[in-house]
Design a binder for this molecule. Structure first.
Ligand code: ZN
Ligand code: ZN
Length: 343
């Protein structure tokens, strides 16, 4: 192997086809062209959506694919047209991996809704690798106060819950319930508290009470032993229920716990239909809506908010060589909050 060849190769964990598992080994490293930067990856979070390359059930999947869309690292090399970033900058890339700049949504500045959006680990190569290459347009600057491993989960789990909550229409003091206290939910509880909402954590069983209160929940509802809707009604009803779980069976009953004009806001990527009737919605002008994540600028604002307020993700850390183990821990539910691979 010549020096030149070894320089253009890197270690990556790839999925060759659905249900084939990971293959860890050398793959070609993409040199930055145009406005792209080459990133030396320092940390990559493991998201529940990283299962899509394994199941094959997501539009736009390419193979072989390196999963991972919670990427943080240092700019190692810049393309000839890069204007903002320089070598050594610490940046993050999340679900927003590329936007076309010309569709109507891009022209409105809503890049995460780009009609041709590309996502790392789905439709472009992701962060389970030593290096990654992205346009500088999708890179978020990481504040000094956050470590790279702390910043990584903020690129998807963090920005999704932060962005959904800050656009949900709730005012300080309003009752905001976070359904599920896992990877997304444990950040959602912290955001809701720091945004000034009357924060309710909802989860199954008694295990998560102490943790939820420590994270900033003012009250905890155990969905196994308590009637969630009735408990929310006692508080006057929730202005927002942020559903971070993927089970619509858990989401549907919360609709009856919403206040007048309340909203069930869904960020958990479930595939089952809701069990909700129009009658449950129309009298009190309730709604069910979704939120997709955020652009690079949203991720940057999310990280700045965390740096400012002390919000941090809770991590299970794994070295890169244990990427398969880290993924297994996430998918089997052994990781209670967020798994991160480090390089
Ligand atoms: Zn994700
Ligand atoms: Zn577009």
């Amino acid at each position: 192997m010549t020096v030149e060849t070894s320089k253009s190769l890197m270690q990556a964990a790839q999925v060759a086809a659905p249900n084939k598992g990971f293959q860890i080994g050398p793959v070609e490293r993409k040199s930055p062209t145009g406005n792209e930067v080459l990133i030396k990856v320092q940390a990559c979070g493991i998201c529940h959506s990283d299962m899509f390359p394994h199941t094959g059930h997501f539009p736009g999947l390419i193979y072989p694919i390196t999963p991972g869309h919670e990427i943080v690292g240092l700019v190692e090399e810049v393309g000839p047209d890069v204007k903002r970033l320089k070598k050594g900058d610490r940046i993050g890339v999340g679900w927003h991996g590329w936007h076309c700049q010309v569709c109507d949504n891009c022209r409105s500045g809503d890049f995460i809704a780009c009609e041709k959006l590309l996502t790392p680990g789905i439709s472009m190569q992701g962060g389970y690798a030593e290096y990654a290459t992205f346009s500088e347009l999708v890179c978020a600057m990481v504040p000094e106060k956050l470590t790279s491993s702390e910043a990584a989960p903020l690129m998807c789990a963090g920005v999704t819950t932060f962005n959904a909550l800050r656009h949900a229409g709730a005012q300080p003091g309003d009752v905001v319930a976070i359904l599920g206290v896992g990877g997304l939910g444990h950040l959602g509880v912290q955001f809701a508290n720091k945004m000034g909402f009357h924060t309710i954590a909802i989860a199954r069983g008694q295990d998560k009470i102490k943790m939820s209160l420590e994270l900033g929940a003012h009250q905890y509802i155990d969905s196994e032993s308590q009637d969630v809707a009735a408990e929310l009604k006692k508080l006057g009803g929730a202005k927002v229920v942020l559903a971070t779980v993927t089970s619509t069976k858990a989401m549907s009953p919360t609709v009856d716990g919403l206040c007048l004009g309340g909203k069930l806001l869904v960020v958990g990527a479930g595939t089952e239909p809701f069990d909700v009737t129009p009658l449950q919605l129309l009298g009190a002008r309730k709604s069910i809506s979704g939120w997709p994540s955020g652009s690079a600028k949203d991720s940057e604002e999310c990280m700045q908010f965390c740096a400012l307020t002390g919000i941090r993700p809770m991590l299970d850390r794994f070295p890169f060589k244990d990427v398969e183990k880290a993924y297994e821990c996430m998918i089997s539910g052994k990781t209670r909050f967020r798994a991160v691979i480090e390089y």
